[in-house]
Design a protein. Structure first.
Lengths: 199, 813
C-alpha cells in the first residue's frame, strides 16, 4: 500500500486512538485499518515540544525536546525524547553522536538531586537542606571576606579586593545566569574569577 | 568566529589546523562538506594525527605539535616571496604602510626590551612613528625600511621551507603543496577560511598561533568576506557568552577592563582609554568606552552609581597582577592562601593541568562549593579510588557542599554560539529532585550575604548592599528580567541638545542598540555588545525566521548576533576602496552611492564614504594590524618558540626556553622535563573523541557504550620499538604523573624527523576519570605541565613529553 501521509499527521491520528476512523476518511479499506490498529501508538503523541539548543559544543544545534506534561501549564514535565530541529539553519535537524544521546545526559544516573555536605575528614557525602547549605555558604563567605578583605594596598590606594575566595563559572549556563553570577561575584570584590574559556 | 557556521559554504578553501572539526564539531563541519560539494571547495588539514577531518581532506600535511608558528610564518614568507598578496587590501586595510619608530628591533628570538629576570618586556619601543600632525606616519610606497611590511618581510625570512621541515617535521614538498594551494586565495575572487580550536589555543604561545593565521588571512584579503575569516570553533555551548559577559578575572562585560591598582581613580582609569584615532577620519569606536562603562555601572549599582562617586568606581576591585587566572589561583591554593572556592558547572580536577598539584591544592581549602547537574571528580577529590585517585579522606579537612543544579533542558535563556548568535531556548522538563537553577542559587547567596552585612556590618559592605537587584522576585530573577537588563534601558528622559522640546530617549524604554548608550547616567546597560538583544520590539534572540535572502548564509532574522545583529565582522572589507565587492558573485554589502547596504548589517557607519573611513572601526588605525604594537606580552610578531617540554632546542633561538614571556611558577619549573631529556623521549599531545564531550558524557550511558574505555594512540613504529601490542596495556608517564591505558596502534600517527632527530608522538584522549558510567580511567591532565600562554594563561595541554612502556594494566583495589 502506498500511504502518502505525512509522518506527523499519520502518527498523531493513530496515537489519538482514532486510527480506523481517520484512515477510513482517507479512503483506506478495512484491511489497512486492521493493520493500523496493531501499530503501537507513536511515542511522541501527546507530548509537548520545547525548542532548545544542544548543551555541548558551540555549533549550537537546534533541538526539540519532547515531554510528557506541559511546563507552560504548570505541570510536571518528563522528557521522553530529544531530536534535531529541522528548521534550524545551522544543523538542519542533524545531530552528532553526542547530541543524538542528549536525553541520556538529562536522565543520567549520576545527576545530582539533593544538596549534600562532606564534612572535614569524612569519607562520605550526607544530605543537607538547601537552607542549611546556603546559610553555611553565606556565613563562611562573610567570615572569610571580613577577615581577608584588602581595602587599600601598601601605597594607600583603595583596591577593595578579596583574594582568599575564588569562583569558577560555568560555560553551559545561559547568558542570563552568567550575568546574575557576574553581579553577585563581582560585588564581593572577588578577583579569582574565571570560566571555561581559560582552558 | 568572525563569520558564521552557515557562511563556511561560501568558501573556496578550508584550512583546518589547530582543530579537528569533523570529530569535535561534526554538525558545523557539514558546512565544509557543503562547500566541497557545491562550490568545489578544497580542504587542507595540518595536524600531528591523520584524524577524521584529514580523512576527508583534499590534502593532508603532518606537523609536530607546538610548531605551528614556524609553519604559519613559513606560509607568510612563501606568499610574500611569490607575490601571493592581495595588494590593494594589504595597502589599504592593514597597517603594512605604518612606520615603526626607531629603537624597536628583533634578534635571536627576542624583541627589544627583554628582561630575563622578570620574563617580561619593556615595550616602550613597540610603537609607530608619530608625525607632527599627531597621526601615525605611513609610507604608501612601502619603501621605508621601517614600515610594517618591510619589518614583516624581514621577520619571516628565516622560515624557509627547509626551516619549516626542520622545526615542524613537515616534509618540504608537502609544505610547498599547502603553501601553493593557500597562495591561490590571494586573488580577490578566491577566499579561504581558517577553522581552529584548542589545537591552537592550548600552547604557551596559543595567542600567537592564532595571530599568525590572522596575519596570513589579512595578506590574502580574507577577513570580512564571505567564506573567509578567522573561525574559532568554540568548545562549550556558552563559552562565548561567558567570555562576552566578562566572567574572567580582569574583565567587565563587553570586553571592558577591571581597573588595576595603578588606576587609583576613574579619571586615571579613563586617561589611557581615549582611543584617539591614529589616522585622519577613523572611527576608533572604543572612543565610546566611557558610555559603555558608565551604563554598565548603572546596571550593576543602580541609583548608588552617581556622578559624584564616579559611578561607583571604587566598588570595583583593583588588580595588582595581570589577572587571577586559574593557574595562579591553584598555585595560591597550593600555598594555602585560598580558603573558599566555588565550581559552578566546572570540573577543575580534570580540566586544569597537573592533577596531582590540583588535588594537593584542593585539600588546603576550608570549603569547596560545587554547583553542578552531575557528579564530578572535583566534588569527590577526597575519595579514594586506588590508582585512579589516591586519597586519604581522614587527612583531608576540606568541607564540600555539593548543590544540584538544572541543566539546559530545564532552564530558559540564551546561549551565544561560536558565530556570536544569541539563541533563546525554552525548558522542556522538570528538574530532577531538588535541583535548582544557578540563577536561583546565586540570588540566594547574594540575599543572605547582603542580610548578614546589613545586620552585622563588616568589611566594605557598600558594593554588596548597593548591588542593583530590583527583580520582581529578588530570590529568583527571571531570564527575561536579566536579558532586558543586559540589553539596557533608559533611566531618565533625554532631550535633543539642539532642540530641548524634542525627547530623544524616554525613561523606562528598552534601548534599541548600543548607539543609544550614554555616559551621564541616563542609560543602563549590562553588556554593551549585547544591546539590541531585547528591545521595545521584544526578544530578538527568540526570532525563528530562517529565510536567507540571496542564499548568502546570513540568516539575519534568525536569533540575534552581537554586535548589532552583524553576521560577518569587518564586512566593510568585503568591498574595494570604491565600495564595490571584491567578488561580485559573493556580495555581502556595497556602497550604493549614498549608503552601505546588502545581505549583512554593515560593519561601518551606514553613510561613511568608502575611502574615508577604514573597515577596522574598533582600531584607532582604522586598519587591521600585521604588527600589534604593545598589545601582546610576547611580541608584536609571532615567533616560533618550543613548548616548555620539547624534544629539541629551539632551532632559531637555541638559548630561549619555551615562550620567554610566559609566566612559570618556581615549583612548576622543577616539574618540567629538560629539553631532549632521555627519560621523557616522546612528544605527548591530548585530544578529544567524537563520541565524548570533555568529562560530561562519561555520565551518559549511550556515549559510555560507544567509547567505554580509555586508550592512548601510538604509531606502528613506536609499538614495534617498545614491544607494545595493539590492545595491550601500557603505562605512560611524565614528570608529573602516570596513567595506564590500552594501546591503539595506528597508521594515523607517524614518527617525525625534527632537526635530524626521530620523534615519536603519543596521543592521549582526555575523557576519562573515576566518576560516571564509563570504565574508570585517568584524565590526560595527570601528565600535562602547569604553564599557560603568555597572554591569556591557557594551559599547554597540547605539547608535553612522556615515556611509555608495556604494562599489565592498573592495579584495581
Amino acid at each position: 500500500m502506498n500511504m502518502e501521509l505525512s509522518r506527523r499527521s499519520f502518527l498523531k491520528t493513530s496515537g489519538a486512538g482514532i486510527a480506523g476512523t481517520s484512515l477510513g476518511a482517507f479512503g483506506f479499506g478495512e484491511a489497512e485499518a486492521a493493520v493500523a490498529s496493531f501499530i503501537k501508538p507513536f511515542h511522541l503523541a501527546n507530548t509537548t515540544e520545547a525548542r532548545n539548543t544542544c548543551t555541548y559544543c558551540s555549533v549550537a544545534c537546534g533541538i526539540i525536546i519532547y515531554s510528557k506534561g506541559d511546563l507552560r501549564k504548570g505541570e510536571k514535565a518528563d522528557i521522553v525524547h530529544i531530536e534535531g530541529d529541522a528548521d534550524h539553519p545551522t544543523n538542519r535537524g542533524t545531530l552528532c553522536p553526542k547530541g543524538a544521546a542528549l536525553r541520556d545526559i538529562v536522565k543520567s544516573e549520576t545527576r545530582l538531586t539533593q544538596p549534600m555536605l562532606r564534612k572535614a575528614g569524612s569519607d562520605t557525602f550526607e544530605p543537607v537542606s538547601w537552607d542549611a547549605a546556603l546559610d553555611k555558604i553565606a556565613r563562611m563567605m562573610k567570615d572569610d571576606r571580613d577577615a581577608n578583605f584588602v581595602a587599600t594596598n601598601k601605597d594607600g590606594v583603595t583596591v577593595n579586593r578579596w583574594l582568599t575566595t575564588g569562583f569558577l563559572a560555568a560555560s553551559a549556563t545561559t547568558n542570563e545566569t552568567a550575568f546574575a553570577t557576574y553581579k553577585v561575584v563581582r560585588s564581593t570584590g572577588i578577583l579569582a574569577f574565571d570560566n571555561q574559556a581559560r582552558v | 568566529m568572525t563569520n558564521a557556521w552557515t557562511d563556511i559554504k561560501n568558501t573556496d578553501l578550508v584550512v583546518i589546523m589547530g582543530g579537528n572539526a569533523a570529530e569535535a564539531h561534526p554538525c558545523g563541519f557539514k558546512w565544509v562538506t557543503e562547500a566541497k560539494a557545491n562550490r568545489g571547495a578544497k580542504l587542507i588539514v595540518v595536524d600531528p594525527r591523520f584524524n577524521r577531518s584529514a580523512s576527508v581532506a583534499d590534502y593532508y600535511a603532518p606537523i609536530r605539535q607546538g610548531s605551528d608558528i614556524a609553519f604559519l610564518m613559513g606560509l607568510i614568507n612563501h606568499c610574500i616571496s611569490n607575490d601571493k598578496v592581495q595588494w590593494e587590501y594589504v595597502k589599504a586595510f592593514t597597517n603594512a604602510t605604518f612606520v615603526v619608530k626607531e629603537g624597536y628591533g628583533y634578534q635571536d628570538g627576542l624583541f627589544t626590551g627583554y628582561d630575563e629576570e622578570k620574563r617580561d618586556y619593556n615595550k616602550d619601543t613597540w610603537d609607530y612613528e608619530i608625525g607632527a600632525d599627531g597621526y601615525a606616519v605611513v609610507d604608501e610606497t612601502l619603501q621605508n625600511p621601517r614600515c610594517v611590511w618591510n619589518l614583516l618581510k624581514q621577520h619571516v625570512a628565516i622560515y624557509t621551507p627547509e626551516m619549516v621541515e626542520r622545526i615542524c617535521g613537515t616534509p618540504k614538498d608537502k609544505f610547498l603543496k599547502v603553501a601553493e594551494m593557500i597562495g591561490e586565495c590571494s586573488t580577490p575572487t578566491k577566499t579561504m577560511t581558517s577553522m581552529y580550536a584548542l589545537g591552537w589555543t592550548q600552547h604557551s604561545k596559543g595567542s600567537q598561533n592564532i595571530r599568525g593565521m590572522a596575519m596570513l588571512q589579512l595578506i590574502l584579503g580574507n577577513i570580512g568576506v564571505r567564506g573567509g575569516g578567522m573561525n574559532a570553533l568554540r568548545g562549550h555551548s556558552n563559552i562565548q557568552g561567558l567570555t562576552d559577559l566578562g566572567l574572567m578575572s580582569n574583565l567587565i562585560p563587553g570586553y571592558l577592563n577591571i581597573p588595576t591598582e595603578k588606576e587609583a581613580d576613574f579619571a586615571t582609569y579613563m586617561s589611557t582609554r581615549g582611543f584617539k584615532p591614529l589616522r585622519p577620519n577613523q572611527m576608533s569606536y572604543w572612543q565610546n568606552y566611557r558610555k559603555f562603562f558608565v551604563s554598565f555601572m548603572k546596571s550593576m549599582f543602580g541609583p548608588a552609581a552617581t556622578a559624584e562617586n564616579d559611578w561607583g568606581y571604587q566598588y570595583l576591585p583593583k588588580l595588582d597582577v595581570p589577572g587571577y587566572d586559574v593557574l595562579r589561583i591553584f598555585e595560591m591554593m597550593k600555598q594555602g592562601k585560598v580558603n573558599l572556592y566555588f565550581c559552578q558547572g566546572f570540573n577543575p580536577l580534570q580540566a586544569f593541568p597537573n592533577k596531582a598539584k590540583l588535588a594537593e591544592a584542593l585539600a588546603k581549602l576550608k570549603l569547596l562549593v560545587i554547583m553542578d547537574p552531575l557528579q564530578t571528580e572535583t566534588a569527590r577529590f577526597w575519595e579514594d579510588h586506588g590508582t585512579f585517585n589516591k586519597a586519604d579522606p581522614a587527612k583531608i579537612q576540606t568541607e564540600v557542599i555539593q548543590l544540584p543544579t538544572t541543566c539546559f533542558a530545564e532552564d530558559e535563556g540564551s546561549l551565544v554560539n561560536s558565530g556570536r548568535w544569541l539563541q533563546w531556548h525554552w525548558p522542556g522538563g522538570s528538574p530532577p529532585g531538588e535541583a535548582k537553577t544557578d540563577t536561583w542559587i546565586m540570588a540566594q547567596i547574594h540575599l543572605r550575604l547582603k542580610e548578614l552585612y546589613k545586620k552585622e556590618g563588616g568589611a566594605f559592605p557598600d558594593p554588596i548592599v548597593n548591588l542593583n537587584w530590583s527583580y520582581k522576585d529578588p530570590g529568583d530573577p527571571t531570564a527575561e528580567e536579566l536579558a532586558r537588563e543586559m540589553n539596557g534601558s533608559v533611566l531618565a528622559d533625554v532631550y535633543d541638545p539642539a532642540d530641548p522640546t524634542k525627547k530623544i530617549l524616554e525613561a523606562g524604554k528598552q534601548l534599541s542598540g548600543f548607539g543609544q548608550l550614554r555616559d551621564d547616567g541616563t542609560t543602563a546597560g549590562g553588556c554593551w555588545i549585547f544591546s539590541g538583544c531585547w528591545t521595545e520590539a521584544g526578544n530578538m534572540m527568540a526570532r525563528r525566521d530562517n529565510s536567507d535572502p540571496g542564499d548568502a548564509g546570513m540568516f539575519l532574522k534568525w536569533s540575534f548576533a552581537w554586535p548589532a545583529n552583524r553576521r560577518i565582522l569587518y564586512n566593510r572589507a568585503s568591498c574595494d576602496l570604491e565600495g564595490k565587492p571584491w567578488d561580485p558573485s559573493r556580495k555581502l554589502i556595497e556602497w550604493d552611492g549614498a549608503k552601505w547596504a546588502g545581505y549583512d548589517v554593515p560593519d561601518i557607519a551606514p553613510t561613511a564614504k568608502p575611502g574615508d573611513v577604514g573597515p577596522f572601526i574598533m582600531n584607532p588605525e582604522g586598519t587591521s594590524r600585521l604588527w600589534v604594537r604593545k598589545m601582546m606580552r610576547d611580541g608584536p610578531f609571532p615567533v616560533h618558540y618550543e613548548p616548555f617540554e620539547s624534544p629539541v632546542a629551539n632551532v632559531i633561538a637555541p638559548k630561549v626556553r619555551g615562550n620567554p614571556a610566559a609566566r612559570v611558577f618556581a615549583d612548576d619549573w622543577k616539574q618540567f622535563a629538560d629539553i631532549g631529556d632521555p627519560a621523557f623521549p616522546y612528544a605527548g599531545t591530548s585530544y578529544r573523541l567524537t563520541e565524548h564531550f570533555h568529562y560530561w558524557t562519561k555520565n551518559n550511558h549511550v556515549n559510555s557504550v560507544l567509547q567505554p574505555e580509555q586508550f592512548v594512540e601510538i604509531s606502528e613504529e613506536l609499538a614495534k620499538e617498545k614491544g607494545i601490542a595493539l590492545g595491550g596495556w601500557v603505562r605512560v608517564w611524565s614528570k608529573r604523573g602516570e596513567l595506564y591505558a590500552k594501546a591503539v596502534v595506528t597508521k594515523r600517527i607517524k614518527p617525525m624527523t625534527i632537526d635530524g632527530k626521530v620523534v615519536h608522538i603519543v596521543g592521549v584522549p582526555i575523557h576519562w576519570g573515576f566518576v560516571g558510567a564509563a570504565r574508570k580511567g585517568f584524565p590526560a591532565n595527570t601528565l600535562t605541565p602547569f604553564v599557560g600562554d603568555a597572554n591569556i594563561e591557557t594551559p599547554e595541554f597540547k605539547a608535553f613529553m612522556v615515556n611509555i612502556e608495556p604494562s599489565t594494566g592498573p592495579v584495581v583495589a
